[in-house]
Write a protein that binds this ligand. Sequence first.
Ligand code: ATP
Ligand code: MG
Length: 259
Amino acid sequence: MTSIIEKRASLHKHLADHQEQNNALKSQITELQALANVGTITPMIAHEMNNLLTPLGNYAALALDNPDDKLLVEKALVKMVQSCKRASKIMQSMLAMADGKTQEKKNVRLIAMVEEIFTCLCRDFAKDGITVKIQIPEELAVCVVPVQIQQVLMNLILNARDSMFRHGGILKITATEGNEAVQVEVTDTGCGIAPDDFKNIFDSFFTTKTGRMPASEHTGSGLGLAFCKKIIDAHGGSISVESQPEKGSTFTLTLPKPH
Ligand SMILES: Nc1ncnc2c1ncn2[C@@H]1O[C@H](COP(=O)(O)OP(=O)(O)OP(=O)(O)O)[C@@H](O)[C@H]1O
Ligand SMILES: [Mg+2]
């Protein structure tokens, strides 16, 4: 009789111990997940800050080189303030991601997001022989985390500009409303993507911008498109590409419509 009671008590103790171990493992997993998030976010922050710091430095240099041109200095300062605000929004968004927080999606006009990106890019596209054509209906809206989708568009625009480096061409951004989603296309008439590279372009650290090739003025880190894919997947959208060597490329995004 006693042995049954004893057995029961020991079984209970066993169960309680297991429960405790289970809880400890669960909290360890949560901590590890947070660390893994930081690991993903760190290169992302460095990459995006670099995208913004380059034009920011150029604006500052422009103002310093032309101290007597009051209008130019003022314009450069306004752009610098806008870039700093964007940098701060990107930081906040990434720190929230590192914390595992879901960020609020908002209904935003697509054209407003695109225009803000162009105000943060210092270099005049026309100076590189690039004509920019934007065909987005004024009221077309999407339901997204704005700062993240701006990161995606910024990366696609910078890649398009790199692809037309030295030769110039046309950068076209168009958007249309479908039944299920909004479709955005970023098209360039640049160098295109070599068939062998096609399957790798969304991989982290894949880059053909090695500094040795004349395809771009800078050395790439190969993170831009990997981040774009991560962000678009998190929005339940899609990103795809069509390209022809020497003719150009079109990146197509689908983004959720406002509810
Ligand atoms: N519009 C484009 N035209 C031609 N090639 C492209 C285009 N966009 C991307 N690629 C190719 O895909 C590769 C990966 O692009 P991704 O944006 O991920 O990295 P990157 O531009 O090389 O470096 P980073 O964006 O980190 O500065 C590029 O190196 C390039 O070979
Ligand atoms: Mg890139």
